[in-house]
Design a protein. Structure first.
Length: 269
């Protein structure tokens, strides 16, 4: 069944090379909307029991997400659940602010939970801490108002990186949706990997590539717009084909394999 949407993931810079302002909140398909800042994605899902957000952006974005919820004609106080795909600051550091403003509960995979709960990584304070209401395991389902978010553990970007799978209803029928965070991502820069990586990261990502290749879905909602317009569909359309998905995943796999050939010590790290 073909699905239709006017939403597109758009480039970050204008024709003069200047960064664009944050995009407005925009409905994507059925109950799913985009509420995130310019370069990192956050999503909102409307359910019969309230709202769920997937990822929370930067703390430095201030009240952007709360204001974007209002811009959709919805009430921030109806936000009941914040699902985090991983601990990195661009996806999770806004969780404390968003939870405080709305009273929503925060869930994240158990392997990333402590960093977000303490706000610290390797002894360094990196984000405002927030209470973790549930530490997720692979395969666990979180349900809100008839929408079931299935947790699929896909480590590599972080030890607790996950994707959430959910089926939502819309004008063209039920739609299998993947909230993919940065599961397709691998840090192929030594300085960045030393800062954000962890022992076993390369072996984890190799396994994750197999998991990702096997996933089936209709609507791809990743962690950053460029994952679509640079790596899958130049037009930024979020309904990507299976071939476009495999192109994205295989491209990142090749990126990692090239990196470990150049830096083989990370295979045993």
């Amino acid at each position: 069944m073909p699905f239709h949407t006017d939403f597109r993931f758009k480039p970050y810079r204008d024709e003069k090379g200047n960064l664009k302002p944050h995009p407005p909140a925009e409905r994507i398909y059925g109950p799913v909307s985009s509420i995130g800042p310019l370069t990192v994605c956050a999503y909102l899902v409307e359910t019969s029991a309230g709202l769920a957000a997937v990822d929370a952006g930067y703390d430095s974005d201030g009240d952007l997400l709360v204001n974007n919820i209002r811009a959709l004609g919805l009430e921030p106080q109806d936000l009941k659940l914040i699902l985090l795909t991983h601990w990195h600051q661009d996806h999770a550091s806004g969780a404390a602010r968003l939870a405080k403003a709305t009273g929503a509960k925060v869930v994240i995979h158990e392997k990333d939970a402590e960093i977000v709960a303490t706000g610290a990584c390797r002894g360094e304070s990196i984000m405002p801490p927030v209470k973790i209401d549930k530490r997720l395991k692979d395969g666990e389902v979180v349900e809100l108002g008839g929408v079931a978010f299935k947790t699929v553990h896909c480590p590599g970007q972080s030890a607790g990186e996950v994707v959430f799978l959910a089926t939502v209803n819309g004008p063209d029928g039920p739609c299998r949706t993947i909230f993919a965070g940065d599961a397709t991502g691998f840090k192929d820069d030594v300085k960045t990997l030393d800062r954000l990586g962890y022992p076993g990261v390369c072996a984890d990502f190799r396994r994750t590539v197999g998991i990702l290749r096997a996933l089936e879905f209709d609507l791809y909602l990743g962690g950053h717009p460029h994952q679509v317009f640079d790596e899958a569909r130049a037009d930024g359309h979020p309904f990507i084909s299976r071939d476009e998905w495999l192109k994205l995943v295989n491209g990142r796999s090749e990126q990692m394999e090239t990196f470990v050939k150049q830096h083989p010590r990370y295979l045993d790290w």
